[in-house]
Design a protein around this ligand. Sequence first.
Ligand code: ZN
Ligand code: ZN
Length: 340
Amino acid sequence: MPLMKAIQVSAPGADFELVEKEIPEPNEHEVLIKVEACGICHGDAIVKQGYYPGLQYPRTPGHEVVGVIERLGDESHHWQVGQRVGVGWRGGYCGACRSCGKGEYWACENPLATGISTDGGYAEYMIARMDVLAAIPDDLSSVEAAPLLCAGSTTLGALKNCTAKPGDLVAIHGMGGLGHLALQFAVKMGFNTAVLSRGTDKEELARSLGAQHYIDTDAGDAAEQLMRLGGAKVILCTAPNSEAIASLVNGLSRYGQMIIITFVNEPMQISPGVLMRGVRSIGGWIGGNMNDTLKFSLLTKVVPMVEVFPLEQAAEAFDKMMSGTVHFRAVLKMGGENDG
Ligand SMILES: [Zn+2]
Ligand SMILES: [Zn+2]
């Protein structure tokens, strides 16, 4: 049997291990993908730490995957061997639950999550269901396209569905993998965009990407500074820090909306009165449409800024992502440096 290299986690809290294992066979309605690139997302910590109920080990993480179809499990009118495709967080839906019955597949009550319920893209090959694939446009390299599939589609989805209109003040909290894409999308959508980040290191870059305002959250009360600008219609929270998120609610304008798109395990403390004053609200957002994101990214020329690592350095890349020192999305690239 032919073998492949893959990274796996054997138990909650265990280190990444580089292993050799058999290349899997696609079943009906599945494809085998030869992986070219896989982004490293904060959501991968779910596998590393065992935060997901019923997660089975060993597991290979990775849900920002771009690769080429190597084999089809059965005939398809839509997908062909050799085609470049992407796989995101959503690995499949049951088709039978209440949400699926309403056509709301994204809210499936028994979902498959790529790299969590099934093995993901920290590997040379992976299996994916045909009905969750996105075709990757020729004008995007695999390394550029990968982060658009989770970080990109989540941030764009949240912004497209928020209550702000062009010209409104939208604050992006955090300037990492999610934040640097959210900033660029918000600018292209015509929002008056503020970046909130610790220190001043990222100010120049934020402004060069179109931010009208930059607020150093280490230098005074960031919510107060937002109120001086009139209050944010939307604060998009991408930095995984419950305390910092809670402290920003006071920076929302009347009817302002806080949208959390970062996975945090710590509870948040908010005084209810803060929400009543100004009729503010706090909500979350997950996922987004990969095809829309790839299209919007090409249209507006928004591409992720990435640091590329070989598969063998997945642990180092993951640690850099977790410590917030990666600029700005870590991407694993398989098979050397000769392709995009
Ligand atoms: Zn993700
Ligand atoms: Zn379902």
